[in-house]
Design a protein around this ligand. Structure first.
Ligand code: AHR
Length: 341
């Protein structure tokens, strides 16, 4: 009787996975590639369900790769990976599917901060620890998640602002009105909120900085280009573009160049970017982007260390931050060759 109930439970969990479109081992779900997480638990593997926000940027692809490198069967894990394709409803479905499959851990990168209380309560009730990766959630009860592994986005934004303050001072432009256009990432995402807050906290100390607009460009090249084109047509004079990721910066640089202007160290428009993927670092080296504030996507190893601690019954901190640098033409040459993404 017990066996039959267990079988039914497994069969319905698998059926649910098919219906919800969950992927296995980082691959697109094909019914024939489905594996049974219960069987893997019995084999002694730790089952980890990962809900990734999407694949909107080079950074995101590198972040996914860092998870998939670590959570392998050779390392003792069975990974159930879901790509939410930028939709919170897909992430909530994925989390519910992980709960019904009784995974050992849920790891997820929330697209935005709000809207998670109910599903995280369900995970807590099921006794499944939730590890936030990259972005944060805003919940009434912080015990709904175990810990967060990611970047200090407010510090990143403040680093960008401080770099601009120093640069303008070197150029003797402290009295000149500096018109600043911001290309913001996904609305409500921790990276967008933190980078804006950090940058604006420095901006408010400089009366000559004039923030023209903060345009939502969703962390993508296509939107970055589109919004940059629009802002170039709207405002006669843009001195600085703060692009909250590299993908949007690529689109912005194209749009600026098509408008007959130049960017970077010798250019008409100062460009500040975030992430520091290889292509962007090469543009820093060439002087096309002035500065790139690193956002480190290599978070898989740290997430695994947290899981190892939890497996040993040890206490964990509420937040773990990855290490990050600021890249300018002066120091970038030392790092480009080792950049794999
Ligand atoms: O949350 C991190 C941000 O999300 C990265 O800066 C961006 O590239 C990504 O899509």
């Amino acid at each position: 009787m017990r066996c039959r109930r267990a079988f039914c439970k497994r069969a319905s969990a698998l059926l649910l996975s098919v219906l919800l479109g969950i992927t296995g081992c980082g691959m697109e779900l094909q019914p024939e590639s489905l594996e049974d997480p219960y069987a893997h638990k019995e084999e002694g593997l730790t089952v980890v369900g990962v809900s990734q926000v999407g694949s909107e940027s080079v950074w995101r692809t590198a972040n996914t790769a860092s998870i998939q490198r670590v959570f392998t069967q050779e390392n003792g894990y069975f990974l159930i990976f879901d790509n939410a394709r930028q939709k919170q409803e897909n992430q909530i479905k994925a989390l519910r599917s992980f709960i019904s499959q009784q995974v050992d851990y849920i790891v997820f990168s929330p697209i935005e901060e709000e809207g998670w209380d109910t599903v995280l309560q369900e995970a807590k009730d099921a006794g499944i620890p939730v590890i936030l990766m990259d972005r944060n959630v805003k919940v009434a009860d912080e015990s709904l998640y175990t810990t967060r592994v990611g970047s200090d986005f407010t510090r990143e934004g403040a680093d960008a602002g401080q770099w601009l303050a120093d640069y303008l001072q070197e150029q003797g432009r402290q009295q000149e009105t500096i018109n600043i256009a911001i290309l913001a990432g996904t609305e409500g995402a921790t990276s967008t909120i933190g980078r804006s807050e950090g940058f604006l906290s420095v901006a408010q100390e400089h009366e000559n900085w004039n923030i023209l607009e903060q345009a939502d460009a969703e962390f993508t090249t296509a939107k970055g280009r589109e919004e940059m084109e629009r802002m170039l047509n709207t405002y006669g004079d843009i001195d600085v573009v703060v692009s909250q990721n590299d993908d949007m910066a690529f689109g912005a640089v194209e749009a600026i160049s098509e408008a007959g202007l130049t960017t970077g160290t010798e250019g008409d428009v100062i460009v500040i970017s975030f992430d520091a993927v290889r292509k962007a670092l090469e543009m820093v080296e060439k002087g096309i982007i002035n500065v790139d504030i690193e956002c480190n996507p290599e978070q898989g190893g740290l997430v695994e260390r947290v899981i190892q601690k939890l497996e040993r019954g040890e206490a964990v901190e509420k937040a773990y931050y990855v290490q990050e640098k600021v890249f300018t033409p002066e120091n970038v040459g030392d790092y480009i060759d080792s950049r794999s993404y």
